[in-house]
Design a protein around this ligand. Structure first.
Ligand SMILES: Cc1cc2nc3c(=O)[nH]c(=O)nc-3n(C[C@H](O)[C@H](O)[C@H](O)COP(=O)(O)O)c2cc1C
Length: 314
């Protein structure tokens, strides 16, 4: 499957392993996906600078294929992380949360392709005007921070594909090759899967986290923090407490206190899947086994081909 994205980035398959704080804040998952012909993306957001630098060295030692780096640009630590990424001459940036304009010239000069994560038509147009190379479009099914508008992937990707000329990577709700084929049919040039890659030996989250993803059905996620920057996570004691406070009419500061009392780190590192933020997408309900990332890649490609043949035969 050759697309504008495989051509732009020099990858074999139009499939990204999404940046996931903690889960892909390490080298092994990224290496496995990139070596399997996809685009592995390291999530630098929660990483200590020295760990990030070392992970980039390890990735470059263990794969000669392209890989990506995700940095949330609004993070106070972004400037330092950007400098480390620049020094490592990374092939691909997948930036989120914040404007790309100030950084493009510097990274262009070293040949980095800049992809920007957007979750609305307005931000897609802005990123295009700023001069990025491609967009990642997140729909409401996505784990992590889906669009506050809660517009689903099927509709948002189609709308953005009609609104911009840039290549698009569709993200949110994809767990298998049927999903890959569906989003490519919709006009995307590649797809991105996050939650599917949590259920791998390579993902760096606690075993409890992986088991919680396997146990979840499609209706077992919720959006916590509507009206702010909502997070899609598995329903648990923390989300129930937050939502009960919301229903009881708690003030903004009371809700903020509850929101801040939990973290993804608590779930990802300590394995507390009741009181931590277990970020995961609705696609958790389509995932029922832990598989090596390379095997997931192999199946995605074979299943997408199968879906394509099925469509051709109709
Ligand atoms: C555990 C988790 C952590 C995430 N962390 C980040 C992050 O650090 N940066 C980012 O841009 N997106 C992040 N996301 C969003 C993903 O990049 C991607 O958009 C999402 O996983 C796609 O939906 P899916 O999980 O249904 O495949 C995260 C998602 C999950 C599930």
């Amino acid at each position: 499957m050759k697309t504008r994205i495989t051509e732009l980035l020099g990858i074999e398959h139009p499939i990204f392993q999404a940046a996931m704080s903690w889960a892909s804040s390490n080298a092994p998952l990224v290496i496995a996906v990139s070596n399997a012909g996809g685009m592995g993306v390291i999530a630098a957001g929660p990483m200590r600078p020295a760990d990030f630098r070392n992970a980039l060295i390890e990735i470059k030692q263990r794969t000669s294929k392209p890989f990506g780096v995700n940095i949330p640009l609004i993070s106070p630590r972004a400037p330092e992380l950007l400098d480390i990424a620049y020094e490592a001459r990374i092939p691909v940036m997948v930036a989120s949360q914040g404007g790309p304009r100030d950084h493009l010239k510097r990274f262009r000069a070293i040949g980095t392709k800049w992809l920007h994560v957007v979750a609305s038509v307005e931000h897609a147009k802005k990123a295009e005007a700023a001069g990025v190379d491609a967009l990642v479009v997140d729909g409401a099914e996505a784990g992590g921070h889906p669009p506050p508008s809660e517009v689903g992937t099927l509709v948002l990707v189609r709308r953005v594909a009609k609104a911009v000329k840039l290549p698009i990577v569709a993200s949110g709700g994809i767990a298998d090759g049927a999903g890959v084929a569906a989003l490519l049919a919709l006009g995307a040039d590649a797809v991105q899967l996050g939650t599917r890659f949590i259920a791998t030996p390579e993902a760096s989250v606690h075993e409890n986290y992986k088991r919680a993803v396997l146990a979840a059905d499609v209706h077992d996620t919720t959006l916590v923090g509507r009206g702010k920057l909502p997070v899609r996570q598995l329903k648990n004691a923390f989300s129930a407490k937050y939502e009960a406070a919301e229903r009881a009419g708690a003030s903004a500061s009371e809700l903020e206190e509850i929101y801040n009392s939990s973290s993804m780190k608590k779930a990802a590192l300590e394995g507390d899947v009741e009181w931590g933020k277990v970020e995961a997408g609705q696609s958790a309900g389509l995932i029922d086994e832990i598989l090596p990332a390379a095997e997931i890649m192999r199946r995605l490609v074979a299943e997408a081909e199968g879906a394509r043949r099925r469509l051709m035969s109709l």
